[in-house]
Design a protein. Sequence first.
Length: 460
Amino acid sequence: MPANLATLIYGLSIGWLSPNLVLMSSDETPLETGKISSEEAGTVGSIGTIGCMLAPLVCGWVAEIAGRKSALMLIGVTQLISWAVMPFATNLSVIYASRIFGGFAGGGTLSIVPLFVSEISEDRIRGTLGTMLAISCNFGILLGFIISHYVNCWAVTYLALLLCVVYSLGCCFLPESPQYLFVKKKKEALRFYRGEEAESETSQFTAEVARFKDIHNVGPLKKKDSNQIHIKDFLTRSRWKPILICVIVIMFPAGSGSIPLITYTATIFQESQSNLSPAMSSIVVATLQLIGSYVSTMTVEKAGRRVLLVVSTLGCAVCTITMGTYTFLQEMHVEVDWFRWVPVASMSALVFINAIGIGIVPFIIMTEILDPKIRGSVVTFCLLEFSGVAYLVVKYFPIAVEQLGMYACMWFFSCCCVASATFVLTCMPETKGKSFEQISESLNGGKKSGHSKDVAPTPV
């Protein structure tokens, strides 16, 4: 579907960056201004998060005013602009502009695509469809690595431009989200997404329509202010606790070390003197990340969100401790020739384990535990937070490696992972297979939430 194509294009932009940062930092740089410094490399890697921070605000506003479909089309336009300027990238200014537009498209993808997918999905498959987004993105990353390595740094651009056109055309024929249309008193879109169930008017389809009408207050009893958000809506106990969980959980991906690893994959393996070339190491890492996201798709509705997060965070902790220890021994001039496989093995394991849980589950949890009345505002804030933390991590990672050493950075990430696992075990409820009302009860010690009658249906 077009929504998955948007995440694939975003993955291409991530996959393009890592190998080309190495190229731009070398004497063979294609830039007329010469090779870039480590500080400039950090800026290239992180500047996209500026656009990423703006996207939830702009795309979220468009999604509420003009509809989810319009927001998806806006993402396609910014993706097209991002890649269209790349053939003219002979200096850093053009690359900065491209990365900002690409970051905007990425932020829009992270905020709108999960929302759209959740609103068109059935409850029983909401987790699986959510992880499909990660598969698309990781496939794009792998594709970017492979094409950049075996063809050239600009070949990815032309493929991305073609996909942008296909995506934009696909959005033109995509029906609007049924939940958005219900708010606008247009109910026909649900039939498109439910297929045979709608045609035969099954009891499940009829019950879903009735739930939409009840929760959206469709009819003469609809309250005028039912969709208006006030400050007090964020202050009730039944809402601030899930908000706090989302604010903390959304930091897990940045704290795992996976974001700088994917951004600077080739550079990290170059620094660690792995027995595989940086380009080939990057391809191995991206392949395992893709496999990990597929495993997540197969297990998210069976193992549960908590299990995947705990396994993922503790697994990432082990991997970063191992990588940190290896680079520390290198720094101490200890002979490590027999262990040059460690960087590839530990970092490959990290991205695989990260893809199973940390990489996607936090974004699924946000759509499951938040009261839909405040969901849009809170998700926007959390994505701004995510982008801000990602910017700081990506921007200052090369500087931290120079000043403190790779081992110190890896050990810092391992501490973050242990803290994340502790939080999941002590504070986060299991959401697998539960309705919004059931999740609210578990968060409130078995007490029913008092907001279920005036909110949108459970995000799926």
